[in-house]
Design a protein around this ligand. Structure first.
Ligand code: ASP
Length: 456
């Protein structure tokens, strides 16, 4: 059995929804389809999820949302009309959006999640209607009823382990019903133990798909998007990239996805990995192409480096103190201060007399910065402590690096030839990636230099 997930661009308009149905119906093994909310139809268009967030923000500020509701309903209505579906499905969608909008707003995070979830939920209802209009048996499944139990903070929820069993039992029952329907499952959200709707981080429909593939022990998790393959670098940074990746390992994908490979969510790797299910990234617009396979192992002979990823918006905290290495508990106390502020850290390269801590700027604003610096000065008496914002990280990733000598040297040489000043270098103990920290404005130049060094 195959679990398939279609991203926002694959359900953005009627022509795309038709492709989704064609692909699903072309292979009887494709029994479960996870859908995103309609995405952009053109560069200047808006994603339904972004429209919903804007609408929720206005509602929280007690501003008028009527135009937003109409624009949202029209996104679904245009698909309904172009597919010649019965208008009833859009009436149901409109009623749903209005009910959500009128619900309790005391917990703002919870309210925004409830609104965001409307994008995928209604997309699934519309896609179900599209299958049925073609005479195919299809069943919309409500994640809350199916047992997609989540926990954690709003907009950033994670799965409760017990969900796998609940989902398995529920979906097995639906799939086995006499008409053998295709299950249409909305991505991106689930329900908490207290019955509130909660969402995964942005882009989280990939996570839903991976969870269902694991719960059902699928033969493969096909993740349909709008590129033919995962490229060795982000084509937005290196437009002339030609090198598509045919095979990569779960660990490589996790590292690349974490560091900005937007094609697949980093948190979607683990559920498939743990259940041993291959992930196949494919293009809805070219379903005849094989795409990229993500597997437990790959042959590393041909390419030591599989990809180069980069992401911006990081903050670096630098602390210097002579003989820090002799001061037991120094690192713990720094991290305790961050913990007290509720700030997670991403990387922590250290030296004898210094520590640098890299955090996401979105989790460490200027108010956090003021408080953290003041506490470090007061409690740890460093020689110096300061923060720099607007940093980028670049990850050079590849299983083959473990056994190869000189990859770091090759990378730093290429960067120095390109005139890129490095702020830090970090190699994780897994030795399948090297991280470079640098100023945001050097990012594109650095990625291009590394790409040409390793791939052309
Ligand atoms: N619609 C959600 C987002 O835009 C989730 C997804 O598409 O995966 O983030």
């Amino acid at each position: 059995m195959k679990v398939c997930k279609f991203g926002g661009s694959s359900v953005a308009d009627a022509a795309q929804v038709t492709k989704v149905c064609d692909i699903m119906l072309a292979d009887p093994e494709r029994r479960i389809v996870v859908v995103s909310a309609p995405g952009k139809r053109s560069k200047t268009d808006s994603k339904v999820t972004d429209m919903l967030i804007e609408c929720a923000t206005k509602a929280l500020a007690s501003e008028d949302t009527e135009a937003d509701v109409q624009a949202l309903v029209e996104r679904y209505a245009s698909i309904q009309r172009d597919l010649g579906l019965d208008r009833a499905v859009v009436d149901e969608i409109e009623a749903d959006i209005r009910t959500r909008l009128a619900s309790d707003k005391v917990d703002e995070g919870m309210f925004v999640d409830l609104m965001k979830a409307a994008g995928e939920d209604n997309s699934a209802k519309l896609v179900t209607a599209a299958f049925r209009a073609r005479g195919a048996a299809a069943e919309y499944v409500d994640p809350a009823r199916a047992g997609m139990l989540l926990e954690g903070e709003a907009g950033n929820a994670t799965l409760c382990e017990a969900s796998y069993g609940f989902l398995h039992n529920y979906l097995a029952r639906v799939l086995a019903s006499p008409e053998k329907p295709i299950v249409v499952f909305p991505g991106f959200f689930g329900v908490t133990r207290s019955g509130a709707i909660a969402t995964f981080p942005r882009g989280g429909s990939d996570i839903t798909g991976a969870i269902l593939a694991a719960a059902m022990n699928a033969d493969v998790y096909e993740n349909f998007t709008d590129v033919d393959t995962v490229y060795a670098v982000d084509p937005r940074l290196v437009p002339d990239v030609r090198h598509g990746i045919r095979e990569m390992t779960y660990r490589e994908m996790r590292e690349l996805a974490y560091a900005g490979f937007g094609v697949f969510h980093d948190e979607a790797v683990m559920p498939a990995f743990r259940a041993g299910i291959p992930i196949n990234i494919r293009n809805t617009n070219h379903p005849q192409l094989p795409g990229t396979m993500i597997l437990p192992n790959r042959s590393v002979d041909e390419c030591k480096v599989v990809g180069i990823a980069s992401d911006g918006g990081f903050v670096a905290l630098y602390i210097d103190k002579y003989m820090m290495n002799r001061e037991i508990g120094f690192g713990r106390r720094v991290l305790q201060i961050l913990e007290d502020e509720g700030v997670p850290f991403e990387h922590m390269p250290t030296g004898i007399d210094n520590i640098s801590i890299i955090m996401k700027g979105s989790r460490f604003d200027e108010e956090h910065e003021k408080r953290v610096l003041a506490r470090i000065r007061e409690e740890l008496k460093p020689d110096s402590v300061y923060c720099s914002r607007n940093n980028a990280i670049i990850m050079v990733v590849g299983e083959g690096m473990r056994s190869a000598i000189g990859i770091a040297a090759q990378a730093t040489k290429a960067l120095s030839k390109a005139g890129v000043n490095l702020e830090m270098i970090n190699q994780g103990s897994s030795e399948i990636s090297i991280m470079f920290g640098l100023s945001e404005n050097l990012r594109a130049k650095a990625v291009a230099a590394l790409y040409h060094e390793f791939f052309t």
